[in-house]
Ligand binder design. Structure first.
Ligand code: NG1
Ligand code: MG
Length: 522
């Protein structure tokens, strides 16, 4: 799966046939608008899609594997680099958006040394700047610290709904980083390098995220989902769905409850990152021998539940080699029962209680866990969050077994196909229950959409992405898609004041799309 970002010879290489005609119109509009905006043609287009997460929610920043897939919606950046020389010591970035009223164009004279990003303002060009900053770090590694970036003229067209749980941010940062690499002369861009710099870049704009979105955006291959692992290093590989009859489709339904991670980070997303990191430290302090330190890892705050998982069983092997025979699913089952026995307080733990168990002062605790990204909470629900993470990591492995173990595949007859689809769907439903009850990242609207869909024929329905609003994903057999859509229209969407554009985007039938790509207009 590693290797360079592919150069698309035609839009056929990027989009599934059903999307092709609308995409051809969109791309030719982008390229002609580039010409009229800047007075010359674009040299290339960098493209990176949004993603929907099938299963593995809120566990990527705990470094457990996930199963997303790219969707058709993507960020396009048309680029040219032949600009007039600029002010001494700076290069110029001119960036415009096809939706110019919503996203006004900007011009920046950026000093060679550094890219300033004011993450306190929610400015659309910040995402480009975060990709620019990440790419420059990589370019400096390759070409030396006094590398002089080139000026760029950019026209963007993004169709991933923002704040909708489909990773608009990752699509934008990944395509931006890709565009900067190519604008500065890189003939090929390695997918792993691009993903890693997109992950780091996204954290620069204030969201303490995991690496799922950027991996799915960069690595996905058309027709397949993507199994992404983060440790010991980032790996991604395509996973195909067995052919069933009726064919399985994934429906994505917007709740239209916007969940803006910038605003709610301190009580939602970033708080969960802190709770999971604290849970790892707490479990380590109680269940591993005194003085055991968790290995520093790629998690946002440097330690993770996965790190605890590995340390615990590595140390156990020295003690009793009984545990060495455990499979990962068995280890996860054991961790869930250990968690229940160790983290007994339902109402959660105060900073004082945690600091006492870790043997540090509250100031030291705050310094390590709650200074980087501010959180607002008196108590941290360590057990609930850890139980969700371990159980969700287990569901991902069970889902993968159903997809990849031929013994688990349905026999040709339809009865077994139904049973098979039901067992896939059941895992998705259990994820939704755990997100709602243990992780508390759902909302009534999403619960509603899921209930309506299940009644109308969906095998499995759940929130996708960060939650607290945004999108839901549903595993629906092809012959039930219209029934589910009608039920949503009647019982949910008809009660909202939706614009025609919103009505259009409310429900998307998602086919597994391709990841990042480059295109050089002839
Ligand atoms: P969304 O909200 O779809 O961008 C976020 C995180 C992911 C992952 C999911 C929950 C960002 C940029 N991405 O996805 O890393 O943690 O939530 O599984 O915050
Ligand atoms: Mg996002």
């Amino acid at each position: 799966m590693a290797g360079p970002v592919p150069v698309a010879r035609s839009l056929n290489d990027i989009y599934t046939p059903d999307a092709l005609s609308s995409q051809e119109k969109r791309w030719s509009n982008l390229l002609s608008k580039f010409q009229s905006t800047y007075g010359h043609p674009a040299e290339f287009v960098a493209r990176s899609p949004g993603r929907v997460n099938i299963i593995g929610e809120h566990i990527d920043y705990s470094l457990y594997s996930v199963l997303p897939m790219a969707i058709t919606a993507d960020t396009l950046l048309a680029v040219s680099t032949d600009l007039a020389p600029t002010k001494e010591g700076t290069y110029k970035i001119q960036i415009a958006n096809v939706q110019e009223t919503k996203f006004p164009s900007h011009e920046f004279d950026i000093p060679y040394e550094s890219v300033e990003i004011d993450a306190t303002v929610h400015e659309w060009t910040n995402y480009f700047k975060s990709g620019l900053r990440g790419a420059l770090e990589l370019l400096r590694k390759k070409h030396g610290v006094d590398f002089k970036p080139r000026s760029m003229q950019i026209l963007m067209d993004g169709t991933v709904p923002a704040g909708g749980g489909l990773s608009s941010s990752a699509a934008f940062t990944s395509s931006s980083a890709l565009a900067v690499m190519v604008a500065n002369g890189e003939q090929t861009v390695d997918k792993t390098e691009l993903t890693e710099l997109a992950i780091v870049s996204e954290r620069a704009v204030g969201v303490n995220s995991g690496g799922m979105d950027q991996s799915a955006s960069v690595f996905s291959e058309r027709g397949s989902a993507l199994f992404v692992s983060f440790t010991p290093s980032l790996k991604a590989r395509p996973v195909s769905f067995p052919k069933t009859d009726p064919e399985l489709t994934f429906l994505i339904a917007q709740s239209f409850v916007t969940s803006d991670k910038f605003v709610t980070g301190p009580i939602h997303y970033n708080l969960r990152v802190v709770e999971c990191s604290l849970a790892a430290a707490y479990l380590n302090a109680v269940l591993n021998p005194p003085g055991t330190r968790l290995p520093g890892d790629a998690a946002p705050l440097g330690i993770s539940l996965h790190g605890f998982h590995e340390t615990y069983f590595a140390l156990r092997e020295h003690v009793d080699n009984a545990s060495s025979g455990l499979t990962v699913p068995q280890q996860l089952e054991e961790l869930m029962s250990l968690t229940t026995k160790t983290l007994t307080k339902d109402e959660g733990y105060t900073r004082e209680e945690i600091a006492a168990v870790l043997g540090v002062t509250v100031d030291q605790l705050n310094q390590q866990f709650t200074s980087r990204f501010p959180v607002r909470a008196e108590r941290f629900k360590l057990r609930q969050r850890a139980l969700h993470v371990f159980s969700e990591a287990l569901r991902v492995l069970q889902f993968m077994t159903l997809l990849e173990d031929p013994a688990a595949h349905p026999a040709e007859d339809s009865v077994h196909t139904i049973e098979y689809n039901v067992s896939l769907g059941e895992l998705l439903n259990k994820t939704q229950d755990s997100c709602r009850d243990a992780y508390e990242c759902s909302c009534p609207e999403i619960d509603d959409l899921c209930g309506i869909a299940r009644k109308a024929g969906s095998y499995g329905s759940r929130l996708t992405g960060a939650g607290w609003g945004g999108c839901s994903v549903h595993l629906v057999p092809a012959d039930k898609v219209s029934a589910v859509r009608e039920a949503w229209e009647k019982e949910y969407y008809s009660k909202l004041e939706l614009t025609d554009e919103q009505k259009e985007a409310a429900v998307v039938v998602s086919r597994p799309g391709s990841g990042s790509a480059l295109y050089f207009p002839e």
